[in-house]
Write a protein that binds this ligand. Structure first.
Ligand code: BDR
Ligand code: CA
Length: 317
């Protein structure tokens, strides 16, 4: 059996990744860990729980993680995801929707899962790498016992989205990203090189609205906001990028990607802060290389993705 933990910062395309992962048959989703990212932690946590309830899976455990990067602070402007990370549809979380005090942390949950499932465990991250860096700091050797880590992040051969050179998840916490990229983990990066090649269109989300389910209607509203933001920032693209679900696809159908191995690091200051690049200091004999997806069969992914979304948003029928 293969087991998956999804580590998110929900976020509209994280919402897609959650739905896509929920429907997968080749993995058992053990739980979801949530950090700050597209919105503050109390909102990303609430968004995640809200989506699971809507899709009829309230039993999936959600664990709160970091509320800020390792260094510095995070500010929010509401671009792409809304100020609440949910297209401004959910607003401020009520007190009872916030992460309960004394709840098991994301780091503790991932650590326990590694101890239990070892190489059968896949960790898919679709937000900043802060929680994973904290885990590495506490349990460096156990982390290397994971089956694989797949992270949506980086832009190796193309421009960034958070700056002209940097991708948002990597740039959100450059100290954490550097620690993760240089740790010798069995790591795969699904970056903008491929996620900007898999686009969802206006026509495709209309079918969700017409399903007559609360989940279909909510997802259509989320994506309407996201598509409008894409139109505002990237009018030349014919849709919105499926960043985060593509990272889940790398676990479930790796054969649709062309990957190359690199020793990577990240620039942590200066004009190209957040850019990932070849690590010239790497010990090429010793450390494991990161596999970077440079091509994807977007047609194959889109057809699997749209079929899965119809199944999940239609009530798993
Ligand atoms: C990443 O940043 C966020 O906007 C998305 O949720 C995705 O994880 C893309 O750069
Ligand atoms: Ca995300």
């Amino acid at each position: 059996m293969n087991y998956m933990i999804l580590s998110v910062d929900t976020g509209i395309d994280d919402a897609l990744a959650i739905a896509y992962a929920l429907g997968q048959k080749t993995y058992r989703l053990l739980g979801i860990t949530v950090s700050y990212g597209m919105a503050p932690l109390e909102k990303t946590y609430r968004n995640t729980r809200h989506l699971l309830n809507l899709m009829g899976h309230p039993e999936v455990p959600v664990y709160p993680g970091s509320s800020a990067p390792l260094q510095g602070i995070r500010t929010y402007n509401g671009d792409f995801h809304g100020m609440d990370g949910a297209a401004n549809l959910l607003g401020e979380p009520a007190w009872e929707e916030r992460p309960p005090e004394h709840m098991k942390s994301s780091v503790a949950f991932i650590h326990e899962s590694i101890e239990r499932y070892g190489r059968d465990l896949t960790l898919v991250t679709t937000g900043p790498l802060t929680d994973l860096a904290r885990l590495l700091n506490l349990y460096p050797s156990q982390c290397r016992a994971l089956g694989q880590v797949i992270s949506m992040g980086g832009a190796l051969t193309c421009p960034g989205n958070s700056s002209p050179v940097a991708e948002a998840n990597i740039k959100a916490d450059v100290a954490a990203s550097k620690a993760v990229l240089e740790a010798g983990l069995p790591l795969t990066l699904i970056g903008l090189d491929v996620t900007r090649k898999t686009l969802l269109t206006w026509e495709e989300i209309q079918t969700w609205k017409n399903m007559g389910t609360a989940a279909g209607s909510f997802y259509c509203d989320l994506l309407t906001f996201y598509l409008n933001e894409y139109r505002r920032f990237y009018p030349y693209l014919q849709g919105c990028a499926l960043h985060d679900p593509l990272a889940v696809a790398a676990a479930c159908c790796p054969q649709i990607f062309t990957m190359l191995p690199f020793h990577l690091t990240v620039c942590t200051d200066g004009p190209v802060i957040g850019r990932i690049t070849e690590n010239l200091m790497a010990d090429h004999g010793g450390t494991e290389e990161t596999m970077v997806a440079l091509k994807v069969d977007s047609h194959a992914f889109k057809s699997m993705f749209t079929e899965m979304m119809s199944y999940v948003l239609g009530g798993f029928a």
